[in-house]
Design a binder for this molecule. Structure first.
Ligand SMILES: C[S@@+](CC[C@H](N)C(=O)[O-])C[C@H]1O[C@@H](n2cnc3c(N)ncnc32)[C@H](O)[C@@H]1O
Length: 226
């Protein structure tokens, strides 16, 4: 289904946030990585500048840099106002204030935009979407998915999550997903049943507590391996 830009919140996170959300070690950073649903994160741009290999896949990449930037500025103030109105829902350690959060998201977007056209040309930003990734089996060492799966459990079915994670496991030998809670700050009800299904077909699936927590209670990452 074609993505409608007016339904997307094009907020992205930095390499430092990815490192914390996914507990990425120095060894992890030299693996071949696919970022699924990376959107306008600066993870790929910053990794590329360090000489590391990341391919980002997202339906958002069907749009131009101008479209994505326009959409960001159309929604940023309303989102920051929502955050300000619910201060207790957030942990103010990584981001010190709503203004700090706003500035970080602006900086991340700007970093992404400077890299986007060049990265598209060289195949680092690829249009695609879960639950099926257009990549070959075992093409990557590590698949990362942040702020999409589990977060939108109210919008996407259990079956969508199951198929998506199995397809990420087809293209990469390890998958990490963060966070494990929904937009409504509830633990996703899909996590337990999915872990059981994965164990029953021979994968190890473990929940790991990580240093990053912005959504209150959202400091857990699911790590799945063959
Ligand atoms: C909230 S953003 C998170 C961006 C980035 N992962 C981060 O944490 O900074 C969610 C992203 O999921 C993408 N998305 C939506 N539907 C998707 C799908 N079916 N498969 C992969 N990504 C999708 C959106 O376009 C958007 O860029």
């Amino acid at each position: 289904m074609a993505m409608q830009l007016d339904k997307v919140v094009p907020f992205g996170r930095s390499l430092d946030e990815y490192r914390q959300m996914f507990a990425l070690s120095e060894d992890d950073l030299v693996r071949t990585i696919i970022g699924v649903g990376d959107g306008p994160a600066s993870f790929n741009a910053e990794m590329h500048a360090l000489g590391k290999q990341v391919v980002s896949v997202d339906p958002l990449f069907a749009f131009t840099a101008d479209d994505i930037e326009w959409r960001f500025y159309a929604v940023v103030d309303a989102i920051i106002e929502q955050v300000k109105a619910t201060p207790d829902d957030w942990v103010w350690t990584y981001h010190c204030s709503s203004e700090d959060l706003r500035q970080t998201r602006i900086n991340v977007l700007a970093r992404f935009i400077t890299d986007y056209e060049a990265g598209k040309t060289t195949g680092r930003y690829v249009v695609g979407e879960l639950p099926h990734l257009d990549f070959t089996d075992n093409q990557f060492d590590l698949a990362l998915c942040s702020h999409f799966l589990f977060l939108y459990s109210d919008q996407f079915s259990y079956d969508f999550h199951r198929l998506s994670i199995l397809d990420m496991l087809r293209v990469a030998s390890e998958v990490r997903v963060f966070p494990l809670m929904t937009l409504g700050l509830q633990p996703s009800l899909y996590v337990g049943p999915l872990m059981q299904e994965l164990h029953s077909i021979g994968y190890t699936a473990q929940i790991q507590t990580v240093p990053y927590e912005f959504q209150r209670g959202g400091n857990q990452m699911l790590c799945i391996k063959r």
